[in-house]
Design a protein around this ligand. Sequence first.
Ligand code: COA
Length: 403
Amino acid sequence: MTVSARPLTDDDAEASRRLGWEAFGAPGTPPTEPPPPVAGEGRCWYGAFLTDDSGTERLSARMLDRYFETWIGGRRVPTAGIAGVTTAAEDRGRGLLSPLFGALLAGAHERGAVISSLFPTAPKIYRRFGYEVVGDLVEVEVPTAVLAAVDAPAGGSVRRAVAADVPAIFDCYGAWAATQHGPLTREGAAFASDRDGLLNDFTGVTVALDDHGTITGYALWDRGGEYGPGSSIKLEEVIATTPDAYRGLLRTLGSFASVTPAIKITTAGFDVIRSLLPALDWQVIKRSPYMINVIDIAGALTKRGYRYGFEAVLDFSVADHFLDACNGSYRLRVAGGRGRCERIRPEPEQRQFTARGLAALYAGALPVAELRAAGLLTGGDPATDSLWDGAFGAPALQIRDYF
Ligand SMILES: CC(C)(COP(=O)(O)OP(=O)(O)OC[C@H]1O[C@@H](n2cnc3c(N)ncnc32)[C@H](O)[C@@H]1OP(=O)(O)O)[C@@H](O)C(=O)NCCC(=O)NCCS
């Protein structure tokens, strides 16, 4: 048997669909319609194939590159969002993910991606490729009565969204995301269908308006099928730019208190709405860890933003990256909120990050002292670690899109 990996074509669509069912659940009755086309704007499927002695090729593993951008330090970082990873049951454990990641990450780099991210089912699967856990998407449960008890807004109003509101809703998300560390920009072809389908994807899309009629926030919510004890409403997203908008939106969801005792909120990091809730209830009921991999070190460190008012020259090396082209020594100069990273000659005693350590640093997930404690960084003078924390330290990562 020989192994090869390449982008999938429409000829591979049925085999790819079957692999997906095998890993993530099959429909009760097989669909009669043909599989959706493999090719599409804003994404590319890759497959690993086993070819037997007779030359017959069989799709054995596949995964998807989604063309995303991530906001980091106020700048957009081109990102390969990995999804749908699966290997045929009988072919697992024979190392097919290595050629598959090799092909996908090379293709992603060619199209300009400098980092990659994914939601793992187990982190160990992805660590050898350079991915490290840097945050969580979480679902929290809050009593509906707590939302009902949020202070009333001093002005403004709420109403159900109409199609004409969709651009303003995406603008509101974009304005919020640009100030955060980690969320996707939700721009480009990868999100075109989300824009078109927004009002149909949820039971309710509620917008908050100020007294001039400008949209200042929105809530996306799913009512769920039940009422009474044990029932809940899913608040898939609530984002606003003013306290009145947050109050109006939260109280709108709170008005369901007589029929549904709980609201399940999708969030990450330390959500600002906790500062508006009158009670402490904020029970995490589900956690989806998120991993990042720096796949073009000079590109990724140059494209992200940094804190204003901070200047540093930081030398380091990476030696164990799955992508050989990443290994080497680098100098990062940070000034004026920007960074410029270039290759330099190796020097003795340099800080040496593992690929995973660099991913954690990049996302501001761990202080440098913790990277040392976890074996993700060696060398350099620990007394100057705070220089690195100053450049990379960040609030908890935000991610609001599961993929
Ligand atoms: C996860 C999956 C894609 C791995 O594919 P594979 O072809 O077996 O992977 P490889 O043979 O290249 O690598 C196997 C490595 O992953 C590790 N691994 C696989 N599943 C793991 C798990 N659930 N927990 C921890 N490690 C795991 C193996 O221990 C092995 O590591 P090792 O080489 O150090 O022993 C495959 O098991 C699968 O399809 N699982 C069901 C679907 C799934 O979970 N997909 C991931 C979605 S994020």
